[in-house]
Design a protein around this ligand. Structure first.
Ligand SMILES: [Zn+2]
Length: 77
């Protein structure tokens, strides 16, 4: 189960998201392919390239969406 009390701090939320996000391995947020390679960096974020759909993304891509999901999940319970 998710430790929602940790979400009080915005900084730890970002940390948590990153941990949760890559917990099951690195994959493309668009096609969910695991054929992903490191592709330089964008500011402080590691950047990646999906070899299947040729999309690039970084650690922050999809974070807002993940946060929305968690908020929905939290308020719905
Ligand atoms: Zn992809």
């Amino acid at each position: 189960m998710f430790p929602f009390e940790v979400l009080n701090s915005e900084a730890s939320t970002a940390n948590l998201l990153q941990q949760v996000r890559w917990r099951e391995g690195l994959y493309c947020p668009r096609c969910r392919s695991e054929s992903v390679i490191k592709y330089g960096s964008y500011r402080e974020y590691q950047r990646y390239l999906c070899k299947d759909c040729d999309r690039t993304f970084n650690d922050k891509t999809g974070t807002v969406f993940a946060l929305m999901c968690m908020n929905t999940f939290a308020s719905g319970s």
